[in-house]
Design a binder for this molecule. Sequence first.
Ligand code: ADP
Ligand code: TRP
Length: 324
Amino acid sequence: MKVLSGIQPTGRFHWGNYFGAIRQYIDLQSNEQAFYFIADYHALTTVRKPDELKGYVKDAALDLLALGLDPAQASLFRQSDVPEIPELTWLLMTVTQMHLLEKCVSYKDKKERGIAADAGLFTYPVLMAADILLYDSDVVPVGVDQVQHIEVTRDIAQRFNRTYEVEALKLPTAKVVESSAKVPGLDGEKMSKSYDNTIELFDTPKRTKKRINSIKTDSTAVEDSKDPESCSVFDLYKLFATQDQQNELAAKYRAGGMGYGEAKKTLYEAAMDYFGEARQRREQLEKDPDTVEDILRQGARQARDVGRVVLDRVRSACGLTAAN
Ligand code: ADP
Ligand code: TRP
């Protein structure tokens, strides 16, 4: 079974990205073949500062490797290191109906929020379809918000196959993992870099503490009983704690006498502990940029080896000469 997923380098990764996406990707890396990539072409639809983009791509690679992505098991690469992707995008574009893209939520949302829509944003799902179809991927682990794009990918693949009366493209399946339930941000809304309510995975301990301290809580007095189930601090604590630890903190909430400050301290300690080893690995890797670059280049070579075969199949299906 071939697994593939991508993540956009549009900011520093936060707890929502980890529990909603990255953790699931890494869990699937022992499959027969696994491809994970940093979607820098997609990021160009929002990040317009070259140095910022470079920084996010570097951080993304460091974060993924530190969090346990193992290059011996999975190929990790930058999307822009695989020129077969934009080539396949064009071929797919010629069979993609406008209405498929017009109904895509990501485009509709941005347009409704008054963000100028360019052709890149509009055709974003076709680039994503090429990302997936280029390797005959079977399974695509994604957050709930991306399921529509996988449906579009299947529609495009089917239409290509039907148009050319050949099974040139394999239909992938989305794998939505249950824990991709919303991770709340500082304000209780979904954690997202667009809302400036995130807690980054590898921020400094000092800033992490500051962010945790700014999680919104109600004004129940220290001595009063509190409801853990309606508190973002407790919600976030659940991500890191065992059932026994959760029961223990919940009991303290209900008993009264514990202020939110203490709950936040417990959350901070649990999070630092949970990501402690990853943080150390990240610090080591950061000192060794050549190794990280080698991993990305090797990953791109592996991706291209598989992708070129599929691309040739697609090229000849539509009457173009094979590239190899
Ligand atoms: P952001 O909302 O910060 O811009 P992205 O849209 O780049 O994050 O998200 C990348 C992946 O992380 C997506 O698959 C998404 O489902 C997941 N994700 C992001 N935020 C959360 C969250 N608060 N809870 C659960 N999953 C999330
Ligand atoms: N659009 C995805 C996101 O924002 C990232 C992505 C790009 C992706 N290409 C992909 C995910 C292919 C899965 C498969 O999260």
